[in-house]
Design a binder for this molecule. Structure first.
Ligand code: HEM
Length: 121
């Protein structure tokens, strides 16, 4: 479990670092950091989904655990969707920017809460 935690923490940190660098570099977004950011975001999501399947098979998820991991998954998907919208938008996209500022943070908070619950048990 410690390895899983480490991989998720490093993955999320890398997504945030590439996200901040994209914001700093501004539009038009540079292909390399944008591709890296997308791949890392999708990669962390897939890794979390695989972890959930493994934990579910081992019977390690209770009701609250399921609720939190479904919430984290939905927020992650919404963060991916808002990121896709932001990257595809031509010109100003205030709503997409606001959503992509809030949703990734909420996804991370839900993920931390979910891991905390797992570790505490
Ligand atoms: C297909 C997936 C994604 C795409 C296309 C994408 C695209 C972008 C773009 C274009 C920016 C620059 C925003 C700006 O200039 O205001 C950005 C920033 C950012 N992204 Fe993503 N993103 C994706 C997924 C994610 C995910 C999954 C997370 C985290 C869970 C994330 C976290 C962030 C963060 C923290 C920033 C900095 C935003 C800020 O503080 O204002 N992104 N992303």
């Amino acid at each position: 479990m410690q390895n899983v935690l480490l991989i998720v923490a490093v993955g999320i940190a890398a997504v945030f670092v590439t996200g901040y660098s994209l914001k700093k570099l501004g539009r038009p977004f540079k292909t390399l950091p944008l591709t890296l950011h997308k791949l890392l975001g999708v990669g962390v999501f897939i890794y979390l989904a695989v972890t959930v399947v493994r934990l579910a098979r081992a019977g390690s998820l209770n009701g609250l655990g399921w609720g939190l991991c479904l919430l984290a998954g939905a927020l992650f998907l919404a963060a991916l969707a808002s990121g896709g919208w932001l990257a595809a938008a031509k010109g100003e996209a205030r709503l997409a920017e606001t959503l992509h500022r809030i949703l990734p943070r909420l996804a991370v908070i839900a993920t931390i809460a979910w891991f905390y619950l797992l570790i505490r048990r």
